[in-house]
Design a protein around this ligand. Structure first.
Ligand SMILES: Cc1cc2nc3c(=O)[nH]c(=O)nc-3n(C[C@H](O)[C@H](O)[C@H](O)COP(=O)(O)OP(=O)(O)OC[C@H]3O[C@@H](n4cnc5c(N)ncnc54)[C@H](O)[C@@H]3O)c2cc1C
Length: 422
């Protein structure tokens, strides 16, 4: 990639971002602030895909990859439990197998510290960056400081010397063990059957992930950026000259192109000859519009890995990982299982008026995103694959992307995010 953002003196370079999820919108904002002439292209309105319905956690402490030593041993138990945290549709297993092999390989003990450091580098600054962005955009109420409460029915509590807890502790997270009474002081709505917990800080949460994306997209437009609703159908980088995009709204040309198309990004990368092991890891939520109770923190049920957060649209319970590819119909039984777990966790919850949702996390086997230029087309920059922490990592990803596109020196080692690792 050339180091100059402008094609000719005085003319801002044209940058296109494919994807109006949280990652694409944050990238577009940072590029606009650097003076690029920026257009976002998405087939849907901003924040309508995976970024719409997540659990809202700004997980500044998140550094534990999904694949860890010992993960394989837990898989049969998870798969056998119909309300469990993991489901694989049997017909999809042969297609998923190569990804699973890479996933398990990524979980070798020797690789974990480097992955954890690279995760923390993009996740750690999240709360401060979002607070600044939401304030600039005129909606500071969308970001709150909070803590993450892991809760369990087991009175023995959590083994804070286990590898996952050690990773967090060694990287600066504050872990506070809690007994049942202390849990209920923090969250009175919790079922008394929950007898132990751990409070993890620092973190924050957004009170409305979908509105957050829309507010940031509107702010981007106020700064002079453009949002166009169009599906990108093909990409042709030119040896010299702009990248050409074929879309449902006609042809576009970009001096710099950012691919932030979430779980669909592998298809776009393949158009320019780059193969990426990206899977759609489907998750569900149920939001109760009139819950009758409120949580102050994010509460996660240790065994089932469901996350409950109070939000503007209501009390949301989100989670589960399901592998069935990009196009299979949702299995709403998984959302109903979340609703049952929510009632178990919070017995006073009014479960009338639930709304159900399914979204596709862009999942790479080593839990790290791809951030960096395409090896086949240096004016194309990839920004996708954030899996479980895309909301958290979006603002830092955007800073890295904007710095790369502008040809500025970066004060962070970006080699762990290179696509060439696959
Ligand atoms: C149940 C659940 C809970 C979660 N909880 C959290 C959480 O608490 N904290 C956290 O940090 N993360 C969480 N996540 C993960 C987070 O939501 C995702 O990592 C993040 O939303 C991904 O953002 P994105 O912008 O990459 O993708 P998306 O939001 O999916 O956006 C990608 C966009 O690209 C567009 N696109 C794709 N192909 C094309 C094309 N050819 N032409 C035009 N447009 C195209 C799509 O239409 C889409 O709008 C959760 C996810 C789920 C499912």
């Amino acid at each position: 990639m050339s180091n100059q953002p402008s094609k000719s003196p005085g003319t801002p370079a044209r940058a296109i971002v494919i994807g109006a999820g949280i990652v694409g919108v944050c990238c577009a904002l940072e590029l606009r602030k650097k003076g690029f002439d920026v257009t976002i292209l998405d087939r849907v309105a901003p924040g309508e895909s995976c970024s719409f319905g997540n659990a809202g956690v700004l997980a500044a402490w998140a550094c534990v990859p999904a694949s860890m030593p010992g993960t394989l041993g837990q898989v049969p138990r998870w798969l056998l439990d119909p309300d469990g945290p993991l489901a694989i549709r049997p017909w999809y297993l042969p297609r998923l197998a190569p990804w699973l092999v890479r996933f398990l390989r990524a979980g070798r003990a020797a690789r974990i510290p480097a992955i954890a450091d690279a995760l923390l580098a993009v996740n750690g600054p999240t709360v401060a960056l979002y607070k600044a962005l939401a304030k600039e955009a005129g909606a500071p109420e969308l970001i709150r400081e909070s803590a993450y409460l892991h809760v369990s029915r087991d009175p023995q509590g959590f083994d804070l010397d286990a590898p996952d807890w050690r990773l967090r502790k060694e990287r600066g997270a504050t872990l506070t063990p809690l007994a049942g009474g202390e849990l209920r002081e923090l969250e009175p709505a919790l079922d008394p059957a929950y007898r132990s917990g751990v409070m993890v800080a620092p973190q924050g949460h957004t009170t409305n992930p979908g509105r957050l994306v829309k507010v940031l997209a509107e702010y981007f437009q106020r700064l002079g950026g453009e949002v166009r609703q169009a599906e990108v159908l093909g990409l042709s980088p030119q040896p010299s000259g702009p990248v050409r995009l074929e879309t449902t709204a006609g042809e576009f040309a970009a001096d710099r192109l950012v691919v932030a198309a979430g779980a669909w990004s592998a298809k776009l990368a393949a158009w320019i000859g780059v193969k990426i092991p990206l899977e759609a890891e489907r998750g569900y939520h149920v939001t109760f519009a009139e819950p009758g109770i409120e949580l102050r923190h994010t509460v996660t049920e240790a065994k089932r890995m469901v996350i409950a957060t109070s939000m503007e649209p209501g009390l949301r319970v989100a989670g589960t990982a399901e592998f069935a590819g990009l196009d299979a119909a949702p299995n709403w039984r998984r959302a109903r299982a979340l609703a049952r777990l929510a009632k178990r966790l919070l017995p006073g919850l009014d479960t009338a008026r639930p709304s159900e949702w399914m979204g596709q996390r862009p999942a790479l086997p080593d839990s790290l995103p791809v951030i960096g230029p395409a090896p086949t087309a240096p004016d194309v920059v990839f920004a996708f694959g954030h899996g479980h922490t895309g909301l958290t990592a979006a603002p830092m990803t955007a800073r890295i992307v904007a710095g790369m596109v502008a040809g500025e020196p970066l004060d962070l080692d970006v080699s762990p995010y290179r696509v060439e690792r696959f």
